[in-house]
Design a protein around this ligand. Structure first.
Ligand SMILES: Nc1ncnc2c1ncn2[C@@H]1O[C@H](COP(=O)(O)OP(=O)(O)OP(=O)(O)O)[C@@H](O)[C@H]1O
Ligand SMILES: [Mg+2]
Length: 145
């Protein structure tokens, strides 16, 4: 596996997924795409308020900025873990469909996701994004607990 896609949403589950993705991608000739899909339900009211005050920008600026933060933090982790080729992608759209489309575009050998993410109901085994990808993605999916 040389072309690894890690999907991150800022959750602890996604950061465990990123660690697994880094292990796969920290090899000569391997490349890591780190993807965050901008979706409004993913941010808490507190974060919204905080950013509104701090930056005074529009909602889309705010969402872009949250996405950039998540991706930059992930890039730092990947660099620390010895991944040499790193690409960051931020895009809007349906989360699972967008991740699957990007996986196709970059011909990923594996999509690595956390079992759960930021939202969702306690007690569920899988979040809707990991469930949808594991069920329907056209590429192998690694779901990290
Ligand atoms: N917006 C996103 N961008 C990139 N990856 C994401 C995004 N949302 C979720 N993921 C990926 O999918 C994994 C599972 O998250 P998921 O959203 O399915 O669970 P959840 O938030 O607990 O439940 P739900 O979103 O269905 O309420 C995350 O660990 C992450 O790897
Ligand atoms: Mg979620």
């Amino acid at each position: 596996m040389k072309r690894i896609l890690a999907a991150v949403d800022g959750s602890s589950s996604a950061s465990r997924a990123l660690q697994v993705a880094c292990e796969l991608a920290a090899r000569p000739g391997a490349r890591l795409w780190i993807v965050n899909v901008i979706s409004k339900p993913g941010i808490s009211d507190e974060e919204l308020e905080e950013f509104r005050h701090a930056e005074g920008g529009s909602l889309s600026d705010l969402l872009d900025s949250l996405s950039t933060q998540v991706l930059n933090a992930a890039r730092e982790t990947a660099e620390r873990r010895g991944v040499e080729e790193i690409r960051l992608i931020s895009r809007t759209g349906d989360v699972a469909e967008t991740i699957a489309a990007i996986a196709e575009e970059c011909a990923a050998d594996a999509i690595v996701v956390g079992r759960r993410g930021l939202g969702g109901l306690p007690g569920l085994m899988l979040g809707s994004v990991s469930l949808k990808l594991a069920s329907a993605a056209p590429r192998p999916v690694i779901v990290v607990p």
